[in-house]
Design a protein around this ligand. Structure first.
Ligand code: SAM
Length: 379
């Protein structure tokens, strides 16, 4: 596995994915990152104005341009941790600052904006609207992605929110997008979170742009809701909470319990907070919201029940290492006799993992597509 990211001025960076335990033969950057960094050699920009880097997955762009003190904006706690870990490996002080995807911009217009395309058009629209508010006519703006992920609909969004847009030739199956802020276009309002009614209830579920299953109820979550434990006490964790739909109903069905909502996405946690505060305003004291990589640092014996609809990809790569990390962390955080409930597609082998880790697992329910497993922390 190549961990050496070549720099155009010579030299290289040592770059690894995060968490460190889960490289899975995957590189911490892609051709689009290299293309972007190399292309910059052909452009000048106002280096006295801030440099903004958006959606840098593991820190390749931010560290390659470290000497310009970039501001790195991301929705992902894992990306922030990856950047910090890779900075340390390269003996680079974190020179710039980090901004979460919902943070306001308080600087002058950036001289340069570099963006890796986000996974969904909803997030792209949100970020382009944001950029339309902060970019000036002199801002150099270059986005990059795999060529297959840049469609004419993608370019139309750049035209709509920013202005004139053109693309580069493809290089190693990556492509660049150049867009110039048209000052005759008014800045766009940030898109509001989507909300949709939760079937069988009077509740609405709130979803910021980057949230999983943003426009409707995930079918795995629907199955879990049909079997959600009730009348429990202590602390319930909604691990990988997304919009907070499982934790919301856990609050309703377990009026004596507290619920901790955990996700690595800042927009997910903000969405879960909206979901709870709009639907259960008098129960917010029973809810906690934590941006975290799985249950990093969670105390032993800090949860009686953990509910989990695990993710199955990281930065487009299909992987089960996050699910595995969630199960390991869950086992550590649970109190004796505490339970981990996992909903998963039938074809995944989570029952084997749970059995290996907890020494037990039972099937709570199953249908043609999903299974809910329960594993108990025995002393
Ligand atoms: N619980 C929601 C539901 O059932 O609709 C969302 C489930 S979705 C399959 C998985 C969630 O895990 C996503 O919201 C994702 O952001 C989150 N996630 C991914 N990696 C994570 C990590 N390392 N730590 C915490 N959450 C993570």
């Amino acid at each position: 596995m190549n961990h050496h990211f070549p720099l155009p001025q010579g030299g290289e960076l040592l770059l690894r994915r995060y968490p460190r335990s889960a490289q899975h033969g995957l590189q911490a950057w892609e051709a689009a990152d290299e293309y972007l960094i190399n292309e910059l050699q052909n452009h000048g920009w106002d280096t006295d104005a801030p440099l903004l880097i958006v959606n840098d997955a593991f820190g390749a762009l931010t560290l390659a341009l470290h000497h310009h003190k970039p501001i790195s904006m991301t929705d992902s706690r894992i990306s922030e941790l990856a950047l910090a870990a890779n900075a340390q490996d390269n003996q680079l002080e974190p020179a710039g600052q980090s901004l979460t995807s919902l943070a306001p911009w308080t600087e002058q217009a950036p001289g340069l904006v570099l963006m890796k395309l986000p996974r969904t058009n909803a997030m792209l629209e949100y970020q382009l609207a944001y950029l339309s508010q902060i970019m000036g006519p002199e801002t150099l703006f270059i986005a990059a992605a795999k060529a297959k992920d840049i469609h004419s609909s993608t370019l139309k969004l750049f035209e709509r929110y920013i202005g004139d847009t053109r693309t580069s030739l493809a290089w190693k199956k990556a492509r660049l997008v150049f867009s110039k802020r048209d000052v005759n276009k008014p800045a766009s309002e940030l898109p509001l979170p989507l909300s949709w009614p939760l079937e069988g209830t009077d509740f609405s579920i709130y979803n910021h742009a980057n949230v999983f299953s943003r426009a409707n109820l995930d079918i795995g979550a629907r199955f879990m809701l049909q079997h959600l434990p009730s009348q429990r006490t202590g602390n319930i964790v909604d691990l990988g909470c997304g919009n907070g739909v499982l934790g919301l109903m856990a609050l309703v069905q377990n009026p004596e319990a507290t619920v901790t909502f955990v996700d690595e996405s800042y927009m997910a946690i903000a969405s879960a907070e909206l979901t709870v505060s709009h639907n259960l305003p008098s129960n917010t004291a029973r809810a906690r919201f934590v941006v975290n990589n799985c249950l990093d640092g969670a105390a032993v014996n800090s949860a009686e029940l953990i509910l989990c609809n695990p993710p199955f990809h990281q930065q487009q790569a299909i992987t089960d290492h996050i699910a595995w990390q969630m199960f390991v962390d869950a086992k550590r955080a649970l109190s004796p006799d505490g339970e981990l409930w996992v909903v998963a597609n039938r074809h995944l082998d989570y029952h084997i993992k749970l059995k290996r880790l907890f020494g037990n697992q039972t099937v709570v329910a199953s249908n043609h597509k999903f299974v809910i497993f329960k594993a108990i922390k025995t002393s």
